[in-house]
Design a protein around this ligand. Structure first.
Ligand code: NDP
Length: 609
């Protein structure tokens, strides 16, 4: 163990002080208000570069289930509904095809940083084995298409279509749905799976509209301009000076390709990411042949359990995520070791964090030749203040002669943009193209952002009903809004392998819809009592689950509202996803009377018999 990673020689006070200094030079008073939406005058940043929009006649028909969102959440719901025997399912998405985030994000180098064998859902069901341990985005997008084809979800699907209004029709017990295509369709059930990181956000850099060169957001990569594909080969940049703003998970993957292919690349960094070893490799055919039925569920459950701090005999994945599970407890709900005194637990956690971050910083020195550049690339914060990064090419890019790292931290980011380029402090960098790897608005799905207005029973608006915070049972449904289901982490569960969470949610929704059918329920709607009880459960913070102190010390980022939110009320079930899934499974064993509303004539308590 080197002197940097030995606990004996660590100076916790000095490290804490350094972390605080680095945070303070980044905190901006405007917090999340520093960003702009890719809408209105910036709407061109959000247009679909991949599929041509085709005109069609408005629809006026009726379906059993409308699923809003064609990413993995929607696809899994569609798949589970089909397995439950529901034939009339309409999938809808604003994109031109299935895939969700993997439809939109096609930037060069795109990969999933979660192991493909636990991330890509329904592998056994569709008979597919991923080619790589960490799959490229295009392979994942094609898998989304494969799932849709396998479960017949293209039938009745509508793309490039956005819901403009959902209104509950009390006389007919169904939803009236209008869209931006002039559709006025009806659906008995509506499932909303519109994603958590789907709205591209643009930096509110003064003068951004003055720039006369080419510019686009990474989630709308312009291959017409850059040439090449997601595998690289950006030949169009051979004579171009390019600036890239943002060094998060996306920047880490795109920058090695930009560095290789651009005439000159300026990497405008505000906060360095932690960059750990990736170690991607092709799937071993012998290993794949040795897999037994049920292997994927077992592996997914194991990954989830290790990350959630559960007691597990064996770590099947053994990668950068499972190896740092203990450090993730600071941010992600799960089991904590309550045999330790809380202060002692925090002391040991912090020590483990310092050791990990020292390793990350030491790696920068090992890889990057220029000492000043290496220094600027070192992250000074605790491991989970930002999403951890992994790459075996990113740091290496800074050894190329055509790559310049520009540290913008002292200026709160890029100072301004001009007709010809970007300005940081007093220095202007003239460029032909600016790539925005500046991320996404967090947790802004349609119903929460108000872009998908919902009127429930008595014309009550969902946003109005949630004015003082969301009210749901298990995160899925709300009293006053019958037959409407939500997917997402809110009042439900969370994990870095979010597709696993979505898979559980999809299965649960399909089970409820199936039971409602069998019970002859009039509709599905939680009682107010059940909803209130769930709100109280969510508000209960278990020992070691309060992340406020941790987040308050963190460098600004989307985990802590850009340094303005110091924790706050819990948003998901604090004992963690494994415990939550157990709770749901038990609940399904019951009679579901908390949500099944039977026709008036039916005697109470008949539900589910
Ligand atoms: P992030 O929000 O993580 O990163 C945005 C970057 O832009 C940050 O480096 C930020 O700096 C920088 N930035 C923003 N405004 C400015 C400014 N005015 N001047 C200079 N820099 C600025 O977005 P990503 O797209 O990288 O990732 C978003 C999320 O998407 C990830 O956290 C992850 O959940 C997901 N993702 C997952 C992947 C996977 O493999 N599973 C791959 C890619 C993304 P600062 O940090 O200082 O705010």
């Amino acid at each position: 163990m080197s002197h940097l990673t030995s606990t004996d020689t660590l100076d916790p006070d000095a490290l804490r002080e350094r972390y605080r200094r680095e945070r303070d030079r980044r905190v901006r008073p405007d917090g999340t208000a520093q960003y702009r939406r890719a809408a209105g005058e910036f709407g061109y940043y959000a247009t679909d570069p991949y599929t041509e929009r085709v005109e069609r006649e408005p629809l006026t028909d009726r379906v059993e289930v409308l699923v809003v969102g064609g990413g993995f959440g929607g696809l899994l719901t569609g798949a589970r509904l089909r397995e439950a025997g529901v034939e009339s399912v309409r999938m809808m998405d604003e994109a031109g095809d299935f895939g969700g985030t993997w439809y939109w994000n096609r930037y060069p180098g795109i990969h999933c940083d979660i192991e493909s064998y636990v991330y890509m859902p329904l592998l056994e069901e569709t008979g597919y084995v991923p080619r790589w341990r960490y799959a490229p985005g295009e392979e994942i997008r094609q898998h989304a298409v494969r799932i849709a084809e396998h479960y017949g979800l293209y039938r009745d699907a509508v793309f490039h279509t956005r819901v403009t209004d959902l209104t509950w029709d009390e006389a007919a017990d169904e939803w009236r749905v209008t869209t931006d295509r002039g559709d006025t369709m009806r659906a008995r059930y509506v499932v909303v799976s519109s994603g958590t990181l789907s709205q591209a956000k643009l930096p509110g850099i003064p003068g951004i509209e003055d720039f006369r060169g080419h510019t686009f957001h990474t989630s709308r990569w312009d291959y017409g301009y850059t040439g090449g594909t997601a595998d690289g080969g950006l030949t169009g940049l051979a004579d171009k000076r390019v600036a890239v703003i943002g060094t998060g998970a996306t920047g880490l993957q795109a920058i090695p390709h930009l560095a290789r292919d651009a005439a000159h690349l300026y990497v405008l960094q505000r906060t360095p990411s932690s960059v750990d070893v990736r170690d991607n490799r092709p799937t071993d055919p012998e290993w794949a042949a040795s897999l037994r039925p049920g292997w994927q569920r077992e592996r997914m459950e194991n990954f989830l359990a290790v990350l959630a701090g559960e007691d597990v005999a064996e770590d099947l994945t053994q990668d950068g995520w499972t190896g740092t599970a203990r450090l993730q407890r600071q941010m992600i709900t799960g089991a904590v070791d309550t045999t330790l005194d809380p202060a002692e637990r925090e002391r040991l956690d912090e020590l483990a964090d310092f050791v990990k971050m020292n390793q990350i910083r030491a790696r920068v020195d090992e890889v990057v030749d220029d000492p000043a550049t290496a220094e600027a690339l070192k992250p000074w914060y605790r491991y989970m203040c930002k999403r951890p990064g992994f790459s075996d090419q990113y740091l290496q890019s800074f050894n190329l002669p055509n790559v310049t790292l520009v540290d913008t931290a002292d200026h709160g980011g890029v100072t301004r943009m001009t007709e010809h380029g970007v300005v940081v402090g007093d220095d202007e960098y003239e460029v032909d193209c600016v790539v925005l790897a500046t991320g996404f608005e967090v947790g802004v799905s349609g119903v929460v952002s108000g872009t998908l207005p919902v009127q429930g029973r008595g014309g009550t608006s969902l946003l109005g009903a949630w004015a003082r915070g969301p009210r749901t049972l298990h995160g899925f449904y709300t009293h006053g809004f019958p037959n409407l289901f939500h997917l997402g982490g809110m009042q439900n569960a969370n994990s870095v392998n979010f597709v696993h969470i979505l898979q559980e949610q999809a299965g649960h929704i399909a089970a409820v819809v199936e039971r409602a059918g069998k019970a002859g329920a009039r509709y599905v709607e939680p009682t107010e009592e059940a909803q209130d009880a769930w709100a109280a459960t969510i508000a209960t913070v278990g020992e070691g689950q309060d992340s406020s102190a941790f987040l308050a010390e963190c460098t600004p980022g989307y985990y802590n509202g850009e340094g303005t939110r110091k924790g706050g009320a819990p948003t998901s079930y604090s004992p963690g996803p494994v415990a939550f899934h157990r709770l749901l499974a038990q609940w399904r064993e019951g009679d579901m009377s908390e949500v099944l509303v039977l026709p008036e004539a039916a005697p109470a308590g008949e539900a589910g018999r």
